[in-house]
Structures are given as C-alpha cells and as structure tokens.
Design a protein around this ligand. Structure first.
Ligand SMILES: *Cc1c(COP(=O)(O)O)cnc(C)c1O
Length: 223
C-alpha cells in the first residue's frame, strides 16, 4: 500500500455512518505507527495481547483521550491486568470469566464496558458462547453488577462467502433484540462489535456500531 496511515484512516472514516465507531486494531503495530493514527484522529485502539498492549499503553501515556479496547482471548490469570489497562473488553466469552471480571472490577473499583462474544456458527478456532449457551447464562450474567454489559461481539468463521457472512451478522443483530426482549435489569445491550478489514461493510449493513480494523489501516501484519 502506497498511501500513508493517515490517508487510509481518513478514507475509511469518511465512509462511515455517524453511528459507527472505528476501533483501530494495533496488535503487532509499532508505537510510532500508533502515534500517526492518533494524529489522524484515532482515539479508540484495539489490542489482543495483554503483554504487548501493556507496554504500548505505557509508552503512549502522553496522549490524552484514548479509549483502549481488549479484543483477544482473555485468560483468567490476565483478567486483573486487562481491567487495569482497558476500558472495554469485547471478548468476554464465558460465564466464569464474566464472574471473575465482576469480582475484580469491584476490587479495583472500575466499571468496565463489556461485550459478550458469541459464536453464531460452530468454529473450532474461536471462543465464545453459542446462542443457546448465552441465552441460558443471561440470568447469571445479569447478576454481574460491576460490569457494564453493553453489547455482543462476533467474528465469522474464515472462508465464508458474503451472503453467509451477512447471515452471521444478521443473526447477531437478531440475538441482541432477543436479549433486549428479556427485560433484564443490568444487561441493556445496544452495541454490536462486528466487522474487520474484509467484512466491515457487511457488518455495517447489519447494524454494527463498532468495527475493528487493523490491516486496512496499518497494512499487513508480519507474523
Ligand atoms: C486482528 C483482529 C481484528 C482486525 O483484523 P483485520 O482483518 O486486520 O482488520 C479485529 N478483531 C479481532 C478480534 C482481531 O483479533
């Protein structure tokens, strides 16, 4: 890609409806590139590994107004660190993890914003609730009063065509409505965290409110 990070950010940002928040996924991206993104107006960054994120967040302390979003699989022994570094955790994928975060949030006196990660289709490579498991766990999740449960997060399995991806995103949107119909006391969800570089336009068609973009902004990641 010959354009600069700032140009790519502006191009994507200009194409987004007002209702959609851009989260710049900066995993494996240098602190210098993150500063470029900040200067281009990015204030929401997504990271998927605690260790890597912690050192970059520390290195960017001088930049004000950043919201940090954790989007990777969270091991329970990293939960405390996640809460001390991130305002949002998009990848809460089990009742056990939610309950642990709830206890730790009280201890740390934080009110984290949470998305519940759902697997709409079976996917051995991903964690998350199945639809049925999530519906079964809602009553218990609703007791996690220290968590601000805001929405659902999903990642379609690899290798789907666009009509299949649309079905996954539509089903996620429908699930959010079903959860709303339960009239729970704590869980009032209205956020859909879905859409990555390859499928974010489809996600927006299905009501995404937060898109998580890495490659299209920063270029290919070296593994
Ligand atoms: C890496 C990652 C992204 C960004 O993916 P791109 O295809 O580079 O845009 C989004 N969400 C999650 C959970 C990720 O791990």
């Amino acid at each position: 890609m010959s354009s600069s990070i700032a140009e790519r950010i502006r191009k994507v940002q200009d194409s987004l409806p007002e209702s959609v928040k851009l989260i710049a996924v900066s995993k494996k991206v240098s602190v210098a590139a993150m500063r470029e993104a900040y200067d281009a107006g990015v204030r929401d960054f997504g990271e998927s590994r605690i260790q890597e994120a912690a050192s970059k967040i520390d290195a960017l302390q001088d930049l004000s107004g950043i919201t940090w979003h954790f989007i990777g699989h969270l091991q329970s022994n990293k939960a405390k660190q996640a809460l001390s570094y991130f305002q949002w955790i998009h990848s809460v994928d089990s009742l056990k993890l939610a309950q642990r975060l709830n206890l730790l949030a009280q201890e740390l006196a934080v009110d984290p914003f949470i998305c519940l990660q759902v697997k709409i289709l079976p996917d051995p490579d991903k964690s998350g609730w199945t639809i049925q498991q999530l519906l079964d766990d809602l009553t218990e999740l609703d007791r996690c009063k220290n968590l601000q449960i805001q929405g659902l997060m999903t990642i379609p399995p690899l290798g789907l065509d666009s009509s299949e991806i649309l079905q996954v995103f539509n089903r996620t949107q429908q699930l959010m409505a079903e959860i709303g119909d339960r009239n729970l006391s704590n869980i009032k969800i209205n956020q859909l965290s879905m859409g990555m570089s390859g499928d974010y336009q489809l996600a927006i068609e299905c009501g995404a409110t937060m898109i998580r973009l890495g490659t299209i902004l920063f270029g290919e990641r070296s593994v």
